[in-house]
Design a protein around this ligand. Structure first.
Ligand SMILES: Cc1cc2nc3c(=O)[nH]c(=O)nc-3n(C[C@H](O)[C@H](O)[C@H](O)COP(=O)(O)OP(=O)(O)OC[C@H]3O[C@@H](n4cnc5c(N)ncnc54)[C@H](O)[C@@H]3O)c2cc1C
Length: 463
């Protein structure tokens, strides 16, 4: 006799992907169980990634601004400042988020199941509770939204005491005097510049010549010069052979180029891998691809009918924002609901100091795909609001087709970039011409005016 509890949809993982999928499925009148192994809801987005790092960033910006205003108030952080002091409002933010999510799930009658999920077959999942009890759930529609965890390269012995990963870095007790950051991706760039802004001497090390290689080099050059201006060191084209705690006072890195680099602590940000170990996806007939992720088609179907996957477990863009929409769409596809148009213009937000953001294609990509595209650049220090606010290291770049008409992409570096980008996103979604930025009235003085200045530069180049 089959004693499995039946549901219209089973969802594993309560991060942004799982949560939005659960709400979408439940609002369609379906019975939904959301399985989560941790006591808290929200996944790594809420507890280890996005929200904690952005809370620290907010305080790092305050510290940096106070230092910049040192002429007014001679400001220095106390030598032995605890990291917890610098993420002081985090608990409040997390509690507010957790109770909001719980209320939303309850309101929608989503059954919350606390335990570890393991596939028994393509339609059955066993959940093991903290007390060791096993319960089996079954459904024709299952969503894997189990997220990811940091990749640990074999030559970097992460011990979470001296050598950290991005999940454990904020568990450091005190702010170190120096920090080595391995990697040049989003997480590495964010934490490197945040800690540098807090006064930690940060050295960022990566095998590529520039960090954030998917952005145009004028943007990343602005980021690197801002980071170095704060006192940070960027070491590109450098391969780390080994990293060891010397047992006394430093982590020592040896590079293939023969350098020895020391720092009080180390952060390894070398990518993330899918959380599938406990799931036993092989029992459902699934396997990981060569990147260690679950492959899905455009409708987020895995290779097994009825099983969908969304969020970090399927790989890039690996953003909370994209994961939410993937989760919602996966639930729609599973339950035969029209999810609406799929927009491919997903903005990328990088909360480094200074901030970076992009939408559409980069200039480099546009040149490959469209030939001699036109580019308009507006520097924030040439815009009234930028001058008033003393912003020196910001710029906005618009890329258009070779005729200087169709908008192809926007990239921004500078504080406010992650908000400003949405103006460009809306224009792209509406297939607007570059002229829209000149024909619209923007508040004055605003940084958004940079759109007009950059668009005028493109119009000036039209033949
Ligand atoms: C340092 C850092 C900063 C970031 N900053 C940003 C940012 O600024 N903006 C942005 O958009 N994104 C950011 N991200 C990325 C964002 O956090 C992820 O893209 C997002 O959390 C992925 O959501 P998800 O739902 O796929 O998975 P997760 O949020 O990882 O959630 C997965 C959930 O599944 C649960 N789970 C796993 N296995 C099982 C199992 N077998 N049984 C039951 N439950 C299970 C886990 O406990 C977890 O709660 C950041 C990430 C990091 C690490």
């Amino acid at each position: 006799m089959n004693t499995a509890l039946p549901y219209d949809m089973l969802i594993v993982g309560s991060g942004p992907a799982g949560q939005k999928a659960a709400v979408q499925a439940a609002q369609s009148g379906k019975t939904v169980a959301l399985i989560e192994r941790t006591r808290e809801l929200g996944g790594s987005c809420v507890h280890r990634g996005t929200i904690p790092s952005k809370t620290l960033r907010e305080n790092a910006l305050r510290v940096r601004n106070m230092r910049l205003n040192a002429a007014l108030a001679n400001f220095e952080l106390p030598e032995d400042i605890e990291l917890a002091t610098l993420i002081d409002r985090l608990n409040e933010v997390l509690l507010a988020h957790d109770s909001y999510m719980r209320r939303q799930l309850e309101r929608n009658d989503v059954e919350l199941v606390h335990g570890r999920a393991t596939f028994l077959s393509a339609t059955e999942i066993e959940v093991t509770s903290v007390t060791g009890d096993h319960t089996t759930y079954c459904s024709e529609n299952i969503l894997i939204a189990t997220g990811s965890h940091p990749r640990h390269p074999s030559n970097i012995p992460i011990d979470h005491e001296y050598l950290f990963d991005s999940d454990s870095i904020l568990s450091m007790m005190y702010l170190p005097k120096s920090l080595l950051v391995l990697g040049g991706g989003v997480i590495a760039s964010e934490y490197a510049s945040i800690f540098q802004a807090l006064g930690v001497a940060v050295t960022m090390i990566d095998k590529y010549p520039r960090p954030l290689g998917f952005l145009d080099s004028d943007l990343t050059d602005t980021f690197v010069s801002g980071f170095e201006h704060m006192g940070g060191t960027w070491l590109g084209e450098t391969r780390v052979v080994s990293a060891q705690w010397n047992g006394v006072d430093a982590v020592v890195i040896e590079t293939a180029e023969g350098q020895k680099i020391e720092g009080e602590k180390l952060l390894c940000a070398a990518g993330r891998v899918a959380n599938v170990k406990e799931l036993k996806i092989e029992n459902a007939g699934l396997a990981l691809n060569e990147s260690g992720l679950i492959t899905v088609d455009s409708q987020l179907n895995t290779s097994v009918p009825g099983i969908f996957a969304a969020g970090d477990v399927i790989g890039p863009p690996s953003l909370a924002s994209a994961s939410m929409e993937q989760g919602r769409r996966a639930a729609c596809h599973a339950l035969g609901i029209d999810p609406g148009i799929m927009h491919h213009t997903i903005p990328v937000g990088i909360y480094s100091i200074p901030e970076l953001s992009s939408v559409g294609v980069s200039e480099k990509q546009a040149r490959q795909e469209h030939g001699d595209v036109l580019v308009g650049i507006a520097k924030f220090d040439e815009i009234a609001r930028g001058q008033i606010s003393g912003i020196q290291d910001g710029m906005l770049k618009i890329v258009s087709d070779p005729q200087g008409e169709k908008l192809l992409g926007v990239m921004i570096v500078g504080e406010g970039a992650t908000e400003l980008i949405h103006i460009g996103q809306m224009a792209l979604l509406n297939n607007a011409n570059v002229d829209v930025f000149v024909e619209s009235i923007f508040n004055f003085p605003t940084l958004a005016e940079a759109y007009r200045a950059a668009a005028l530069e493109i119009i000036r180049q039209r033949k």
